[in-house]
Design a protein around this ligand. Structure first.
Ligand SMILES: Cc1cc2nc3c(=O)[nH]c(=O)nc-3n(C[C@H](O)[C@H](O)[C@H](O)COP(=O)(O)O)c2cc1C
Length: 362
């Protein structure tokens, strides 16, 4: 990053500290409320007793942001900005490189405020070939402008930049942003300058509705991560840090959002085939990933389980968690008679209960 063009943001000493507080909560607390469901539990793939294929011929490779993944999985952006965050990034990115899946860093706001923190987001030395995705919040993107966001992307050698949407979290955080205007405009500008194949718009656990997805596509977006309800709730994380009114209102909204399965299927229906769709938010198994792909996702995304694995046992535990997910995904392909993830789209499925209701309404 050039020393002559500092990002136009005030230095905020609290951003990095808040990040470590978030990690503490995500490591140990009930940040994914059990009563929140992705609704993948209400979708069933149909067993094929005679798959007529060899496990060894399954091909999970999937294109993403100009490269090819060995398997359709993204470790969605989590952290950066502190020593502890750096270790998380490096351990998980190393495993992403080994398995040929994509990796995102967490919000680079701390880096925009204090460029000397860039190293805590830097993983290119351990993940030279990985599809690497930078990250900034929508409100920060408005403040930084296109040049500032581009500097963040270039500062870590990312293949694409994720802009995250988190109004639920911001409203629960007493010091959070309250002005969400200008979002589509900045996203449209980013797409123009970086190219549509270099921009990802993602939620963070409340989901993206078809109407929002359509408007994003109208301003040029071609990659969306729905990050829906059913996993980590950022409203809950902030609620656990809050006091008084914010704590009470946060409790009321800890189940707010569009279940991930409903978001994926309805967004795919709304935007058609030309948009790369990532399904994250409460994805916990390879079978979840298979179901998401059957419903229209290109790639599954996961954050909390891999963070917790890293906290529990560093690289070996992350490796084990990743191997479990990808083995189960392959097993789901084999047991539905699919050689590729894409074939899942055409396999029979059963959709029941609330998921059926959501899909009828959206
Ligand atoms: C510890 C942790 C930190 C996160 N930090 C960010 C972040 O900085 N930027 C972002 O876009 N999403 C962030 N997320 C959200 C995830 O990228 C993703 O949208 C969603 O949480 C995935 O759901 P899961 O955690 O249930 O797998 C974070 C998630 C976790 C668990």
């Amino acid at each position: 990053m050039s020393a002559t063009t500092p990002p136009p943001m005030p230095v905020d000493e609290t951003t990095a500290k808040r990040k470590d507080a978030h990690l503490d909560l995500c490591a140990t607390e009930e940040v994914a409320p059990i009563e929140n469901a992705t609704l993948f539990g209400q979708m069933f793939l149909v067993h094929c007793a005679m798959p007529e294929l060899a496990f060894s011929e399954l091909d999970l490779s999937t294109p993403l942001f100009g490269k090819r993944l060995k398997a359709p999985l993204l470790v969605t952006g989590m952290t950066g900005g502190t020593e502890r965050a750096m270790q998380v990034n490096r351990d998980v990115a190393q495993v992403a490189e080994e398995f040929g899946v994509a990796f995102g860093v967490g919000s680079q706001r701390a880096m925009a405020e204090r460029p000397e923190l860039a190293g805590t987001f830097g993983v290119r030395d351990v993940a030279p070939n990985t599809v690497l995705i930078g990250n900034i919040g929508l409100v920060q993107a408005v403040r930084l402008g296109v040049d500032g966001v581009m500097r963040l992307k270039e500062g870590i050698g990312a293949d694409a930049m994720a802009v995250h949407l988190n109004p639920g979290q911001e409203l629960t955080q007493p010091e959070g942003d309250r002005d969400f205007r200008g979002g589509y405009a900045i996203v449209g500008e980013l797409v123009k300058r970086l190219g549509a194949e270099r921009v990802l718009v993602k939620e963070t656990g409340c989901g993206i509705a078809p109407e929002v997805a359509r408007r994003l596509v109208d301003v040029g977006v071609r990659a969306i991560d729905v990050s829906g309800l059913g996993g980590t709730s950022w409203v809950r994380v902030e609620q656990l840090r809050a006091e008084g009114v914010a704590r009470e209102v946060g409790a009321q909204f800890s189940g707010w959002g569009i279940p991930t399965a409903a978001a994926v299927a309805s967004v795919r229906r709304a935007v058609g085939p030309g948009v790369t769709l990532i399904a994250a938010g409460g994805m916990r198994t390879g079978l979840d990933v298979a179901k998401a792909i059957a419903l229209g996702a290109d790639v599954g995304g996961m954050a909390l389980p891999l963070f917790r694995a890293q906290q529990e046992g560093g690289v070996p535990k992350v490796r084990e968690a990743m191997a479990t997910v990808l083995t189960a995904l392959k097993q789901a392909l084999a047991l539905t008679g699919c050689r590729t993830p894409q074939e899942l789209r055409h396999r029979p499925r059963v959709i029941s209960g609330e998921l059926k209701d959501w899909l009828a309404a959206l």
